[in-house]
Design a protein around this ligand. Structure first.
Ligand code: SAH
Length: 216
């Protein structure tokens, strides 16, 4: 299987055809070997128009969702971005090609270790990964030029709003467990935010202090 060909087809058929035109985002997708972020047995499906299981009841997001969320950040380059829910690390790697630094938090340590290995393999050196509850954000490195949340919670954690720089966007799925709305909030000044609904979506649950209650 020629993964580079599969990747080009993915970008053409799933992303460009669905009207994502941000050239930098398309290039980052072309540069990121999605097959390395799934188990060997799933590699033939890595470029399919679907999310895939990554173990621990979690999933690598559908390529289109990664593209849409990345484009929604409206990146220009040079940003410091916070990502909640590293999972496979695929979204993290795409972001790492576009910004100056990605801070990413994953609650399941086995997934975090696997992602870290792939980042090393790809020599992505501008990623800070930690294991923990991302629903409280990452205060030590705030404010961020953008925050992207790849798991769905019942509401928008206020910590995320507080850790945004002025003018920075928060891309976050919010709603019941079986169906969420992808929201974009932008901090317009110290106390005000705009809020828009981008699309319907379905993410695994955001589990933590300001998310759904879980088993730890
Ligand atoms: N962007 C990832 C999505 C993985 S699924 C990818 O495409 O591979 C979402 C991830 O969020 C899961 O790995 C899950 O364990 C993690 N997660 C859920 N709640 C979290 C929390 N409070 N803090 C950090 N990670 C969390």
């Amino acid at each position: 299987m020629d993964y580079a060909v599969a990747r080009r087809r993915m970008v053409e058929n799933q992303i460009v055809r669905r009207n994502i035109t941000d050239q930098a985002v398309l290039e980052a997708l072309l540069k990121t070997p999605r097959h390395l972020f799934v188990d060997e047995g799933l590699r033939p499906h890595a470029y399919a128009d679907a999310s895939l299981p990554i173990g621990e009841k979690q999933t690598i997001s559908q390529p289109f969702m990664v593209a849409a969320m990345t484009a929604a950040l409206g990146l220009k380059g040079g940003e410091r971005i916070l990502e909640i829910g590293t999972g496979s690390g695929y979204q993290t790697a795409v972001l790492a090609h576009l910004v100056s630094r990605v801070y990413t938090i994953e609650r399941i340590s086995s997934l975090a270790s696997r992602a870290r290995r792939v980042f090393d393999q790809l020599r992505l050196t501008n990623i800070n990964l930690k294991v923990g509850d991302g629903t409280i954000g990452w205060r030590d490195h705030a404010p961020f030029d953008g925050i992207i949340v790849t798991a769905g919670g019942p509401e928008v954690p206020t910590e995320f709003l507080e850790q945004l720089a002025i003018g920075a966007p928060l891309i976050v799925p919010v709603g019941p467990l079986d169906q969420q709305k992808l929201l974009r909030l932008v901090r317009t000044d110290a106390d005000n935010y705009t809020r828009e609904e981008l699309m319907d979506c379905r993410f695994v649950p955001l589990i933590g202090e300001n998310g759904w209650m879980g088993d730890g």
